[in-house]
Design a protein around this ligand. Sequence first.
Ligand code: AVI
Length: 338
Amino acid sequence: FPASSARFDAEQNGKRPTKEDGAMTPIQDVLVRSIPTLVLYDDNGLDIFNDITHVDEYYITNAEMQIFKDKSSEIAHTHVGNNGVLIELGVGSMRKTRYLLDAIVSQNKSVTYYALDLSAQSLTQSLQPLALQFPSIKFVGLLGTYDDSLLYIKEHLTRDENSTRTLLWLGTSIGNTTREEAAEFLARVKDCAMQEGDVLLCGIDRRNNASVVKAAYDDPKGVTRAFILNGLRHVEHIFGGERDELFPLSKFEYVSLYNAELGRHEAYYRSLEQQRVEVDVDNTSHVFEFEEGELIFIEYSIKYDGKDIKQLMDQSGLRWAKEWADQTERYSLHCFAK
Ligand code: AVI
């Protein structure tokens, strides 16, 4: 896709949103209004995302799973200490973590596993079966934002002299923040939760062929479309609206763009007609007006090649140590050290 696809659409409505219109995201040199990506992850969104991980075109999950299946033994041997601590940022579905825990147990290592997540339901659903399957591992869930949890780790988690920490940030979650935010976050992880000798295993999608990325983010069965459109339902719910009362799904569509030059997939809502949405927040009325064709930004999925990873290391202060790729060489698990 030409880098200007989004610009073309945004300019076509003739009226550029101004700063007063709310949160803005720059798309090339044009600002479009945006909704925080986090709205995609209400309970329904988490369920649909789980469905995405089973969609064939969404190669990411299988690629990462395959790396863990093939390399867990090596990873457990080299990068997990005995009496060590594993800290996973976000719990996900745990299908891949299982391979690593299996390898750790078969190497007779004892570890404590901390999982950080925003959703109590995800923590319980993920950790309970693992605790049953791996009785020798101690599981601890930390409920809150990543930043809350990192602060907690910094202030409350003591460590033995010899124990090392292995942090995990999987599923290319890094891609949902800008490159600058990602580097800042890694620097915080390094400062709050790591000391020399600790590692962060980070699953990151590569800058793949545009048609492969497009199929992954606009799959023929429409699972991704349902995931993104559910975000609008969630926004409606946050504003206290009934289903289809404020943001009728018949008046918006999902727009998927891959900007190969910048190495990122961009997800938007497009308003299919000129419309006016009035919402009430704490007895104050707010009006949002959308032009026909106007794009509203919802999600980046940013991809990384070798040069991007180097820049990430330079900016975060972490040191690149190793990389494992899946068989199709579309996806990498990187090992970053402090
Ligand atoms: C969770 N995250 C890494 C997914 C991604 O690939 O950006 C979310 C997603 N959005 C559309 N499909 C999947």
